[in-house]
Design a protein around this ligand. Structure first.
Ligand code: FCB
Length: 459
């Protein structure tokens, strides 16, 4: 194997892997952590497969040092993680729980000692339960609380963390969760989801204001799960086209437009009137449209919608006689299609629309359950998936798009939300009985990619 990359990435390209707090930390009762909406979803509903919970997860809270060592061995240049709000403010308000701050502070220090750039996400879905009890994201006050929480974390870590994201996939925090029950808090209330959309946007702007008032230096961003959406099949009445437009509005445009242009898309504004309307108050849009230093793109696959009389999908309120569906072809264990060219297209489109906005791929990966045999885990399908997506990113960069880094999802197997521990996304296999970590072949492959800053032509 040659060390020379035939598909070289730009110098300084940030190669990393991602995780999130509830999915890996466990230790839910340790050091004063309060309950989150995902604890409740796991323990008090039947919405998580086989009753799995994040109580132990990968026990990263206690094994963080070993995990950073693993990252160093894999040659990672960056690590994207999220802070658990209920570790910082156990009841969602009031002074910081110092033990929670100390955990992330130690983690950041150890990352930096190993030359690994921390990329910190403030909210990856573990809302303190007390805030949900007070109304959750449908309540405007939650946005104000989020800005206070952001300022507490930022105050503690801004001197050492250069890359910050307010939210991870606000579509999930609002539409999945409040309109469709598969995510916490498991409500099926499109009116509440509509309110949540605006308050998540508002909280993003308020948090940026609060953090920049402390220190304007760190690079501020947000992570959105953007995707191209296609209409497939006959659509005589235009229902699929209308459904796809609504899905695109709520999945992509209802976040990008207020954050980057200070306005809501006019079709979304009109559509959501049927669900109580977006609760915009004077001045909100200007606050949401704070300058962004970077945009994080989480990409797994393109979206597809087809006509189906009587069909609808609660996560897109107003979708009628149409449903999302999965086209024929290779699927990952999530049942998701493999569409790397969609990522190239998405990046090229973003680059054309926002030429001055640096992009990071903040998540991309696949679930495959290949076993560990004699201490090795051969996962050729993951390597093929990652290779294809890295080629797509390379093509976008070659076309002039400013992509600065790639965070593979996920560093290690973890709690995959409503699927519990049944879906394995890790470069590193986790044995949930012993909590032993075993890097898969893909981890060693990725180490080579990082070492040569690109892909070998024949790899
Ligand atoms: C994304 C989430 C992440 C993980 C992957 C598979 O939507 O941000 O936590 O669950 O999907």
């Amino acid at each position: 194997m040659s060390d020379r990359a035939e598909l070289a990435f730009p110098e300084g390209f940030l190669w990393g892997a991602a995780t999130s707090s509830y999915q890996i930390e466990g230790a839910v009762h340790q050091d004063g952590r309060g309950p989150s909406i995902w604890d409740t979803q796991c323990h008090h509903t039947d919405l998580v497969r086989d009753g799995h919970t994040g109580d132990v997860a990968a026990d990263h809270y206690n094994r963080w040092a070993e995990d950073v060592e693993l990252m160093a061995q894999l040659g990672l240049g960056a690590y994207r993680f999220s802070v658990a709000w209920p570790r910082i403010q156990p009841s969602g308000a009031g002074p910081a729980n110092q033990a929670g701050i100390d955990f992330y502070s130690r983690l950041v220090d150890r990352l930096l000692q190993n030359g690994i750039t921390p990329m910190l996400t403030l909210y990856h879905w573990d809302l303190p339960q007390a805030l949900e009890d007070a109304g959750g994201w449908p309540a405007r006050d939650t946005a104000l609380r989020f800005a206070e929480y952001a300022a507490i974390v930022f105050e503690a870590l801004h001197d050492r963390v250069a890359l910050w994201a307010t939210h991870n996939e606000p579509w999930c925090s609002s539409l999945l969760g409040y309109a469709e029950p598969s995510h916490a808090p498991g409500r099926t209330e499109p009116v509440a989801a509509t309110r949540a959309i605006h308050h998540l946007n508002l909280s993003h702007g308020l948090a940026l204001e609060a953090m920049r008032a402390i220190d304007p230096g760190p690079q501020q961003g947000v992570v959105i799960n953007l995707l191209p959406i296609h209409v497939v099949g006959p659509d005589p009445a235009g229902a699929a086209a209308d459904g796809a437009r609504r899905y695109d509005a709520l999945r992509n445009r209802v976040w990008l437009e207020p954050m980057l242009h200070g306005r809501y898309p006019s079709d979304a504004l009109a559509d959501l009137e049927a669900f109580g309307g977006l609760p915009v108050e004077p001045g909100d849009l200007a606050r949401i449209a704070q300058p962004l230093d970077w945009l994080g793109v989480n990409y797994y696959n393109d979206g597809y919608v087809r006509a189906q009389p009587g069909g609808h999908w609660p996560a897109t309120p107003g979708m009628r006689d149409a449903v999302p569906f999965t086209p024929d072809g290779d699927l990952t264990d999530m049942g998701w299609p493999i569409t790397p060219d969609g990522l190239r297209q998405l990046l090229v489109d973003l680059g054309a629309t926002y030429p001055d906005l640096p992009l990071y791929i903040t998540e991309n990966g696949c679930a495959y359950d290949d076993p560990v045999v004699d201490g090795r885990c051969h996962d050729p399908r993951r390597i093929a998936f990652l290779d294809a997506h890295l080629r797509a990113i390379h093509a976008a960069i070659a076309a002039g798009v400013d992509v600065r880094g790639y965070m593979q999802w996920s560093l290690m197997d973890n709690f995959e939300w409503s699927h519990g521990y049944h879906k394995r996304f890790g470069l590193v296999h986790v044995d949930y009985d012993t909590l032993a970590r075993t890097p898969r072949d893909s981890a060693f492959w990725y180490r080579q990619v990082i070492a040569r800053n690109g892909l070998a032509g024949g790899d």
